[in-house]
Design a protein around this ligand. Sequence first.
Ligand SMILES: [Zn+2]
Length: 313
Amino acid sequence: MKEFTVKVIPPSNRRVWQISIPVSLFWTVHVGAGLIIIFALVDISGPLTKAALKGEIALLKTQNKSLKQNYVRLEEKLGQFDGKLVELQEICDNVLILNSLPPIFQGKENLSMGGIGLSEADDLSGVDESSMTNDFNIVFSQVELKLNLLKSGFYRVVEKMENSVQKWEHVPTIWPADGWISSKFGWRKSPFNGQREFHTGLDIANMPSTPIKAAANGYVVFAGWFGVYGNVIMIEHGFGYETRYGHMDTIGVRKGQYVSKGQYLGTMGDSGRSTGTHLHYEVIHNGKLEDPMKYLIPEENKVLRGVTRLHGQ
Ligand SMILES: [Zn+2]
């Protein structure tokens, strides 16, 4: 049998102490000692691991609480945000309706965001993380959809207003001359023969050479002599509007010329079939003669003030 021999040799001539250990026993002792050390270590580290885990759990609980609070706050904020969005939707619809455009949000109340419901959960452990993420995704897509609808709503209004402004420039709203109204549009007794006749325009009287202005933007389609009108300018404004300025003295524009609202056209005169210096002003809309007064805006009603003064004298 194989053995290990351990000898102890003292310094003097005393007896040498010797022990023999079988190899198998040597390994048994070593492995056993190793196992005892391992078990001892496990026994010591056990309580240490438990403490670490306890600390970890406490930390996770705190983080969990803090996360839950953050989510609840986020949900509250989303609720407030939704309230503001609903107000904006109402404003957008009102602005659309005021501009004769169809509302976008009326009848679409189902667009309102649903709550995510975290505030009702005691902790996050009961909340399915994937369904929560899904809820938030739904809410954010609803917000995006609403914002896009709002954008399109306000864009429609801007477009309409731009068109209105453009149209406004082409509607004959400004007085074509200073002066006083010497004859209105409609049936009247003829100043020439006393017979009943239809007066096709508005007569504005003033001193010779009073400037005549374009009532709106447009193209001069006629500038020259035309029968009873004498020297006349005809302007096409677009949007179905046309204006005529008769009995003029001098003509300051040419046929084909583009004129802006208020632009000088020439001077007041007595040309054609006329009883004195005045402007015979006509408005034609969609091919029909209309009362020019219908379009003249009160703010620029210099003529009526002139009439008041005249009547007061
Ligand atoms: Zn007239």
